[in-house]
Write a protein that binds this ligand. Structure first.
Ligand code: A4P
Ligand code: MG
Length: 168
């Protein structure tokens, strides 16, 4: 059994409904127990084409006996259920599910990088993550604490950008 954290985001269609449905599907999966769900946040798009809609972002904690690869495959199958079509990097999407962390594992395989490579720069992932993970969680590979990662990410942002992260 491992504890893992998933980040969810979407900005096409009714994203709050889509994210809630995605969480329900994950919770119904054999081998996945959802142990925490963050609030849903409306966030300004980071990267990608200009003019794309704001996102809804959330994070969940799960306990799982799926391997990281099985968990990824299941997340991708849930994305497909929402008819997600990949057109461009960081482009608009119905539901995106990322494995943010899987226990203390560091994985660098084709198609699977854990921790998620952009985690430390992404407040839209870190802020929901803080609601479902302990602040002193050690983030691999260097074991820096989650609270310190968040502090660093916040200090790298202009206050106005940070204000765009609001609770629904
Ligand atoms: N992949 C590798 N590692 C992982 C992992 N840990 N979790 C592979 C999930 N997938 C992983 O992903 C492409 C491939 O990455 C997958 O097939 C899987 O094999 P993708 O979801 O098609 O690509 P992406 O999401 O466009 O890129 P990436 O690098 O995952 O970007 P992010 O960090 O997800 O950023 N702004 C706001 N406000 N909110 C957002 O949610 N999301 C993005 C995408 C950009 N801007 C955003 C948001
Ligand atoms: Mg992604």
């Amino acid at each position: 059994m491992a504890e893992a954290y998933l980040g969810l985001g979407g900005n096409l269609g009714d994203s709050a409904v889509n994210l809630r449905t995605a969480v329900e599907r994950l919770a119904l999966t054999d081998g996945i127990t959802v142990t925490g769900i963050s609030k849903f946040y409306r966030t300004a798009p980071v990267g990608g084409p200009s003019g794309q809609p704001h996102y809804i972002n959330a994070a969940i904690a799960v306990v799982t006996d799926l391997t990281p690869r099985q968990l990824l495959d299941y997340c991708l199958s849930v994305e497909c259920h929402f008819g997600r079509v990949r057109r461009e990097r960081w482009g608009p999407r119905t539901v995106d599910i990322d494995i943010l962390l899987y226990g203390s594992l560091v994985i660098e395989q084709p198609g699977l990088s854990v921790p998620h490579p952009m985690l430390r720069e992404r407040l839209f992932a870190l802020i929901p993550l803080c609601e479902v993970a302990p602040p002193d969680l050690e983030i691999p590979p260097d074991g820096i604490r989650l609270r310190d990662v968040v502090r660093a990410a916040k200090s790298a942002l202009e206050p106005s950008e940070f204000e765009l992260v609001v609770t629904l």
